[in-house]
Design a protein around this ligand. Structure first.
Ligand SMILES: [Zn+2]
Length: 82
């Protein structure tokens, strides 16, 4: 392993321009009716953790789930869907 000293302007925040798909994509918990609405209209949804994003993908079995969303979801009272 060799160490290279890079010019300072080459320093970037991590993960901003990774060319490949190594960043694990997490899925957030969003109300189902909101997902449908977003998929149709392209509107943004707010996940349980407060993350705001347009729904572009459906979670697949085994997809990593946002830990914060999961924690909140598990603490929701049963039958609390309005
Ligand atoms: Zn989340």
């Amino acid at each position: 392993m060799s160490t290279q000293v890079l010019p300072e302007q080459d320093t970037r925040p991590e993960g901003t321009d990774a060319p490949d798909d190594e960043t694990p994509e997490v899925f957030h918990y969003v109300r189902k009716n909101k997902i449908v609405e977003s998929a149709v209209t392209g509107s943004y949804v707010v996940a349980l953790c407060g993350e705001v994003f347009p729904v572009t993908k459906q979670a697949k079995p085994g997809s990593p789930v946002c830990q914060e969303c999961k924690r909140i979801y598990e603490n929701l009272p049963p039958g609390g869907d309005e």
